[in-house]
Design a protein around this ligand. Structure first.
Ligand code: ZN
Length: 90
């Protein structure tokens, strides 16, 4: 079997972990792919934290983020999360 299978069997917690790994480490396409794979099949994880939208918006800023140190990446991610949380109390 291929290793790709692990990408689709991430748990929600593992997906979140990957996001932080992504923030701390390099913005590798492989990690991004793993996160995307999870978000594609799990749209309901963490109702209070809509990481799918946040993550996609985070990726939109990729050009800026790639030059940023991990600390700043986390800060940007945090800002997006706060924004997202404030947008819709639902
Ligand atoms: Zn999930």
């Amino acid at each position: 079997m291929t290793r790709n299978e692990t990408a689709t069997s991430l748990t929600c917690a593992q997906a979140i972990e990957k996001i932080y790994e992504f923030l701390d480490g390099e913005l590798t396409p492989l990690v991004e792919e793993h996160i995307r794979a999870h978000l594609a099949i799990c749209r309901k994880c963490h109702p209070s934290f809509r990481h799918e939208e946040v993550f996609l918006r985070f990726l939109e800023q990729r050009a800026r983020i790639e030059k940023a140190p991990p600390e700043l990446r986390r800060h940007i991610m945090r800002m997006l999360m706060d924004e997202e949380a404030a947008r819709e109390p639902e």
